[in-house]
Design a protein around this ligand. Sequence first.
Ligand SMILES: [Zn+2]
Length: 182
Amino acid sequence: MLTRSPIKYCKNCGTAVVYRVPDDGDTRERAVCPACQTIHYENPLNVVGTVPVLGDRVLLCKRNIEPRWGKWTLPAGFMELGETTAEGAARETDEEAGAQYEIGELFTVMNVPRVGQVHLFYHARLLSDVFAPGHETLEARLFTEDEIPWDEIAFRTVRETLEHFFADRRRGHFGVHAVNIL
Ligand SMILES: [Zn+2]
């Protein structure tokens, strides 16, 4: 059901773990260490990003990393410890696009239980059309709605966020969208 790789070794003592339901009233299988009894809990990860906009155009980044090398994405990546969701979204926008921008409000929250992830995208208002993409990006460029390469979008969360963005803009009102991608 979940595609993340299973834990193999105890983080505490290095012994090979076994997956079983712990004896403490838990109901799920966990990676339990048979030597030191450490229980390794695995929980969803947050992916944070932005929808950077300049006038009627949206910034997309062409991926220089797997998975989906060469496909287009919004700037986004895994949240780091010690930062807020908005700080993580801003950091990813810096790292992947080297863009000048002001970060805005939360726009989409997308649950992807199949891979144990929650993706959060924030609005961002670009201050310049000059970008300095990092090593994870082949190219950063602006697209009007008509120019968006819909068949070349790297991830469904990005595609659906873009669809909500253009639909809201046509309506003249941006909401917050909570979406389950099953
Ligand atoms: Zn152990």
